[in-house]
Design a binder for this molecule. Structure first.
Ligand code: HEC
Length: 129
């Protein structure tokens, strides 16, 4: 699977780092970098990370903690527009795993990211938007 390559690269980098470089802060940065690479390969073609850029899907600025279906000016499906929940990390994970099952009727094509590490990395990156 295409999304796995950055993960493998990250694992190799972590193994090559000396102990002093494996501090939590460095790890957090590496997670964000890996998540960014995964976002670019799996999400970016439909989602501009920046609210100002138009794209097929809604912008994901501030998505962690954002009300579902609330990006102003975007035409959501009936299922997602005004849906009564907030995008928590758990909701985002369930969405990435099987968005069509999570919210039947959504117009986002199935993505199917089941690897929880990959989900964590993408969420780490989404938090920076
Ligand atoms: C093929 C295009 C496409 C891809 C690829 C895609 N999305 Fe989407 N996404 C959409 C569309 C279209 C919607 C709006 C769905 C609706 O209105 O039902 C959406 C909606 C969303 C929402 C809800 C936003 C809101 O405002 O409530 C999130 C979160 C999301 N996508 C995350 C992701 C992530 C993370 C990825 C990559 C793992 C991804 N998407 C990949 C097209 C895509």
């Amino acid at each position: 699977m295409r999304l796995k390559a950055p993960l493998i690269a990250l694992a190799l980098c972590a193994a090559a780092l000396p102990a002093w470089a494996q501090e939590p802060a460095a790890f957090a940065e590496a997670k964000i970098a890996a998540g960014k690479a995964m976002f670019e390969s799996g999400c970016h073609r439909c989602h501009a990370p920046n609210a100002k850029d138009p794209s097929y899907g809604p912008a994901l600025t501030g998505i962690v903690g954002r009300q579902a279906g609330s990006f102003e000016g975007y035409e959501y499906s009936e299922a997602l527009g005004g849906a009564p929940f907030v995008w928590t990390p758990a909701a985002l994970k369930a969405w990435m795993e099987d968005n069509q099952h999570f919210l039947p009727g959504t117009k986002m094509r199935h993505v199917g990211i089941t690897d929880t590490a990959v989900q964590d990395f993408i969420i780490a990156y989404l938090r920076t938007l």
